[in-house]
Ligand binder design. Structure first.
Ligand code: SF4
Length: 190
């Protein structure tokens, strides 16, 4: 039987299980392969090539997710997960059912994704599973190492459930996060 290509995802690496810089708490990170934004100063340029990395069956990704024990959530990064929205949507669904919170890094802005969703509703489907979207291209001229979980000032930590409910961009509450995590903050790159 012919395999549906959404039964696979192109990844830059195995599922990382121990990140503390890609969102709150201890997180798994799915490093997707492929990005055409080509932001100057990107720290993951090896993930740009859409033919790079390796094609991985989703079942293998699910098996790796099943092994997670202490992680608070999973972060989709890359590369840009939006270029593999069908596969990422399936994985997000799997993670949601396991109670993992979901952060996604993308070079697209929230507004661009909403525009894309008008012709491809799966973008909204994927968005609706995300807790926080870190949006926008990395801009080296706006680079700021003091920012929480992002690399440049144009990027936003968007609280997606609140944003979709209210219809207005609502940001992740950094003040509350910083108060609760005063002693555990780590710097972030992109
Ligand atoms: S969107 Fe992210 S992965 Fe893609 S070029 Fe920009 S910083 Fe790099």
């Amino acid at each position: 039987m012919e395999q549906n290509n959404t039964d696979y995802i192109r990844l830059a690496a195995d599922l990382q299980t121990d990140s503390i810089v890609d969102g709150p708490g201890l997180r798994a990170v799915l490093w997707t392969q492929g990005c055409s934004h080509h932001c100057p100063g990107c720290q993951n340029a090896q993930t740009w090539d859409f033919n790079g990395g390796g094609l991985v069956p989703l079942d293998m990704v699910y098996d790796a997710i099943d092994e997670l024990e202490y992680q608070d959530g999973i972060t989709f990064s890359g590369g840009d997960p939006m270029f593999q929205v069908e596969a990422c949507n399936k994985i997000a669904n799997y993670c949601k059912n396991k109670g993992l919170n979901i952060w996604v890094y993308t070079g697209f802005t929230f507004e661009e994704i909403m525009k894309l969703s008008k012709t491809k509703p799966i973008y909204l489907d994927f968005l609706s599973k995300i807790d926080v979207l870190v949006d926008g291209r990395f801009k080296i001229e706006e680079r700021d190492l003091s920012l929480l979980f992002r690399g440049s000032r144009n990027q936003r930590l968007i609280d997606i459930p609140k944003t979709l409910k209210s219809g207005e961009i609502t940001l992740f509450d950094e003040k509350e996060y910083n108060e609760e995590n005063r002693f555990t903050r780590a710097p972030i790159y992109v």
